[in-house]
Write a protein that binds this ligand. Sequence first.
Ligand code: ADP
Ligand code: MG
Length: 347
Amino acid sequence: MPTLLRNVGEFPLIDRLVRRLRGVGPRLPLGPGDDAAILPALPAGRALFTTDVLVEGVHFRRDTVPPRALGAKALEVNLSDLAAMGGRPLAFFLGLSFPADYPLAEFDAFAAGLRASARRAGVALAGGDTTASLGPVVISVGVLGKLRSRRCIRRDGARPGDLIAVTGPLGAAATGLRLLAEGWRWGGRGVEGPGTARVTRRQARAALRAHLFPRARLDVGPVAAERGWCRAGLDLSDGLASDLVHLCERSGVGARIERGRVPVAACTRFWAERWGLDPWKLAAGGGEDFELLLALPETALERWRRRGLPHPPRVIGQVVERRQGLREVGEDGRSRPWKRGGFQHFA
Ligand code: ADP
Ligand code: MG
């Protein structure tokens, strides 16, 4: 019989988790173990805080998302929000609700995924809460970040004439989600699924990796903010179709997107062709790519490119006056109204 969380109990479990994360990220004035954490002081206007909840059955399925991926992803989705603001992570809080019959080995894998992501980002576990759940696994993460300067990337700064760009190809995560539904799995060694050809497995692996192990763009968000390159931006969590609308609404502008310039992930093109699907649907309609969607003046784009940082922005369109609305220009040169799309809870 595998050991279950009920055989361990709350306090030993918290201990186990805290020990795993010890020494990761900066030293805090007071970390886990007391009634509250003490966080480092930050200058006025420089502290960022963001939080996200993941619910089994709503955001992920236990039978398709390995616990290691879940641990990493729970943190990465929050780090992505920080990156999109131009902040650098400092400390995180972790609220956990797991069923009593959850296997300890899977909990350990969850903690290992969390640790890997925390180490990479240099963020320390500050505290949290742990409870039993009578139903789904629920994971709630909150991350404290800092801005190094006054500059940050908000959603409301885009101006007509700015270029609209993304930091990488889109669609891979949505493609991975679809592959999970088709029976593909991320196994211990490589992928498993209905297809043995090498190219098939390679393209499945790329898509599953994007869906299960997303990486927050911490390598570009903070630098771009600190150099003052971006006028506005956000991370692509819901998908371009809906996140572009958020950017435009908050900035009070319109946009013109050239469909042919939106970079589509290679695995998305590969699978879309097999499925007889329009790759654009996966690239614009699918979420969770966690690339950044940015509005920036052309001079800033040139500077960014000259610096040779990773993920140079790829221009997909332009900010226009609000009255011109949101439009997409097809490869035939004709312009149509932007289709909003995207997932909404409670709908
Ligand atoms: P309280 O009863 O005061 O809420 P708890 O017994 O829930 O305290 O937590 C004890 C300590 O363990 C606290 O410092 C809390 O931050 C930490 N802790 C509990 N759960 C977690 C978790 N999932 N991750 C990190 N720290 C945790
Ligand atoms: Mg508690």
